[in-house]
Design a protein around this ligand. Structure first.
Ligand code: ZN
Length: 147
């Protein structure tokens, strides 16, 4: 009887050890292993694709998908993929569908993305791209002169 009890105790301690290890992996803060981050990015991509697909018929669903994707990005400490980073409002967190609830304009060397839900305007400068374009042009001219 005592032996069985000791065995059970031993088993319990092993069990607790594994639970603690699992908790360390899944609930800890800080940097996550790469495979976990890859899965999170894949899931964020899927969520945004769904959001784009369902915006016309169910806009509230796509706003919810954006909320879930942003939660994932904070939990796994990763950025939202660059393709989708301009597709939601940074202030109210709603999904932006160009031509329906948002508009894009170029003003003062900036990309202005207007959110029709809350009126917030995101301004993203494109001076770097312009500089690179100018440099590429200059280098191509130089190359032509050298030949
Ligand atoms: Zn907004």
């Amino acid at each position: 009887m005592v032996f069985v009890l000791i065995c059970a105790n031993h088993f319990n301690s092993i069990f607790e050890y594994y639970i603690r290890q699992l908790r360390r992996i899944f609930l800890s803060r800080g940097k996550r292993p790469k495979w976990m981050i890859d899965i999170a990015i894949e899931r964020m991509n899927i969520l945004f694709e769904r959001a784009e697909m369902e915006f016309i018929t169910h806009p509230e669903r796509s706003h919810r998908y954006v909320e879930l994707a942003r939660k994932l990005s904070t939990k796994y400490n990763t950025k939202i993929p660059q393709k989708w980073s301009r597709r939601y409002c940074k202030k109210c967190g709603r999904f932006l569908y160009y031509g329906h609830n948002s508009s894009v304009r170029l003003v003062d060397e900036k990309v202005n993305i207007f959110c029709g839900e809350c009126g917030h305007v995101m301004r993203i400068p494109y001076s770097k791209e312009k500089k690179n374009k100018r440099r590429a042009k200059y280098e191509s001219i130089k190359k032509r002169n050298d030949e």
